[in-house]
Design a protein around this ligand. Structure first.
Ligand code: NCD
Length: 318
């Protein structure tokens, strides 16, 4: 029997563990087309005209919220932003009521960021619109994972041949968990390094190699993903001082020399410069950090398009 073509029509996007390789591929191909639209003088197509998208953000965001908003607008959708601090959440409304309230306004998709793991999955259970997880606590950040995947592929790198290293606060990072899930599924050789207090105790079960020393992990690396220290999620004093963290685990030019000369440096942003990443590394030629932001718009356009239309109108989008 012929294999059904991958489709994300009507799907909630909660994490990358539950997506197949064919679905990753579909998003990558669609994002390539979307990036062409972004390069046009007039960046607007009618693919999502008549659709409405609500960005429901319970945590701060610059890149993710703005790029979802632009992605929806470039495709002709109506996009409304709700931030917890300026909504009835501040009056004590519970998550379920807020979700049902926005659903009543006939929205087609809710893009949601929330500090609690599982919040997006809960929303998907109680609400009819497509739910796209824009980050739930330390659990998952699927669109960050897809934009990182797109950025690496765009550089012509093949996951099966790559040594990929994730450095820093793995314990509290939804980006780390998401990229580990995707990169191992794609067949890459994935390594992590960071303070032992910031590595989950069962991390090896995720199929990664653990290093105590950043230098050891960086040896011959093709891709290095530097994580932001999640100061807002950890109040337990899990590393002694920021100065000591920067010295031992911060990635600077000296340490980066251990990686391959064409190493791709990723950071999801916002960067704590001088802490997990030095100023020089943040601006070096290998840094793909601003490309990640650009690709974030293309990938989010692709996901909104695929979930809200089934991707059927791709020809019209060209
Ligand atoms: C990430 C997030 O919020 O998880 N940021 C982002 O979406 N670009 C990473 C982070 O805040 O550390």
């Amino acid at each position: 029997m012929a294999k059904a073509a991958a489709s994300l029509s009507g799907r909630d996007i909660l994490d990358l563990d539950s997506m197949t390789l064919d679905e990753y591929e579909l998003v990558m191909r669609t994002a390539t087309e979307m990036k062409k639209i972004m390069g046009r003088d007039i960046k607007k197509v009618p693919s999502l005209r008549g659709k409405s998208i609500i960005n429901l953000f319970y945590e701060n965001s610059t890149r993710t919220r703005t790029s979802f908003e632009l992605a929806g607008k470039y495709l002709g959708a109506d996009v409304v932003n709700i931030t917890a601090a300026s909504s009835s959440v501040a009056k004590g409304e519970c998550l379920r009521d807020t979700i049902l309230t926005v659903q009543s306004m006939a929205c087609d998709a809710i893009v949601m960021r929330h500090p609690i793991e599982g919040a997006a999955a809960y929303a998907a259970k109680v609400a009819a619109p497509v739910i796209i997880n824009a980050g739930d606590g330390a659990h998952a950040h699927p669109t960050q994972g897809l934009l990182d995947m797109f950025t690496i592929r765009e550089q012509g790198k093949n996951f099966k041949d790559l040594k990929m290293v994730i450095i820093g606060d793995v314990l509290y990072s939804r980006v780390a968990r998401t990229n580990i899930a995707a990169w191992t599924k794609l067949g890459a050789d994935v390594h992590v390094a960071g303070p032992m207090t910031l590595l989950p105790h069962d991390i090896e079960a995720l199929g990664v190699t653990v290093h105590k020393r950043v230098e050891e992990a960086l040896e011959g690396a093709d891709v290095v993903d530097i994580l932001r220290i999640q100061l807002e999620r950890q109040q337990k004093g899990l590393f002694p001082t920021t100065r000591e963290y920067a010295r031992i685990f911060g990635v600077n030019e000296e340490k980066l020399k251990l990686a391959k000369p064409d190493v791709t440096v990723l950071h999801p942003g916002p960067m704590n410069r001088g802490l997990e990443i030095s100023w020089e590394v943040g601006y070096c030629d290998n840094a793909a950090i601003r490309t990640e932001v650009q690709n974030g718009v293309a990938v989010r356009m692709a996901l909104l398009f695929l979930t809200l239309t089934g991707g059927k109108q791709i020809e019209n989008a060209n």
